[in-house]
Design a protein around this ligand. Structure first.
Ligand code: PGA
Length: 256
């Protein structure tokens, strides 16, 4: 794992934006796995200002709430449109987000997996992390080999999300999410985590055992993972001085 600790979320985001921009310049038909939530908001703002060509880029979002139409203000369809897609020249036909209104969810999930394969697999998967260690919406105890499927959110995640829905009672119970096995097939995983609320999940993911009880810990088995953290999210990492030292002493060609 490459662990990059920056003083602020803004500085960590700038590095993540450089990683993504470099990929889009080197591979104009890159396949991106995208995430939602508060964590990537600034990243999307930066990417939108970077004068990148998105015409041949394909995207696959991690997840969507079951029962929310693409027009619902809190749907991830709407989130992506508002925060990224309407600001760049991506083609709608290249955008993939699970349909929360699908009548046949298992069939939709199977199709989503096929579409990812048909696109050649995901070059870079952007990830946030839940306070319980979830990636996508793969909550603790999710199979580490899981594929795209329906999941029931934990009470903790529903509490974390309540602010978007005007209270916990209105927060959806179910989501469609890429599985952990799906995420692990991406060629590069870029995980962002900011703020002290994420510190415990981050420490478990990086320095704890690989366990389904902290789904992000499975990334220890992935050949190419980059974590962009602010100081607060890195606070509980025992080896943080070492990670900083490694980052500062990279060979020139490896720098961002
Ligand atoms: P957040 O959510 O970016 O809103 O903190 C992250 C996640 O739940 O994966």
């Amino acid at each position: 794992m490459e662990i990059i600790i920056q003083p602020t979320a803004e500085a960590a985001t700038r590095i993540a934006a450089r990683v993504m921009a470099r990929l889009l310049r080197e591979k104009p038909n890159a396949v991106l796995g995208l995430a939602t939530g508060s964590t990537p908001l600034q990243l999307y703002r930066e990417l939108a200002q970077m004068n990148l060509d998105w015409r041949r880029v394909a995207t696959f979002n991690l997840d969507e709430y079951v029962g929310l139409s693409p027009q619902h203000p809190e749907s991830y369809h709407n989130f992506m449109r508002e925060n990224l897609f309407q600001h760049v020249n991506i083609l709608q036909k290249n955008v993939h987000i699970p349909d929360g209104m699908a009548a046949d969810i298992p069939a939709l999930c199977e199709r989503y997996e096929k579409e990812i394969r048909a696109a050649g697999g995901i070059d870079l998967q952007l990830l946030g992390i839940g306070t319980d260690g979830h990636i996508g919406f793969n909550e603790p105890s999710s199979s580490l080999a899981s594929r795209t499927r329906i999941k029931t959110l934990t009470p903790q995640t529903r509490r974390d999300n309540a602010r978007h829905f005007g209270g916990e009672a209105q927060a959806p119970h179910h989501v469609i999410t890429m599985g952990i096995g799906t995420i692990m097939e991406a060629r590069h995983c870029l995980l962002l985590a900011f703020g002290g609320k994420k510190a415990r999940a981050v420490a478990g993911a990086v320095e704890g055992p690989v366990t389904a009880m902290n789904p992000a810990s499975v990334l220890q088995l992935h050949p190419r993972v980059t974590l962009c953290l602010d100081n607060a999210a890195a606070a509980r990492l025992k080896m943080k001085q070492y990670y900083r030292w490694v980052f500062e002493n990279k060979p020139e060609w490896q720098k961002f």
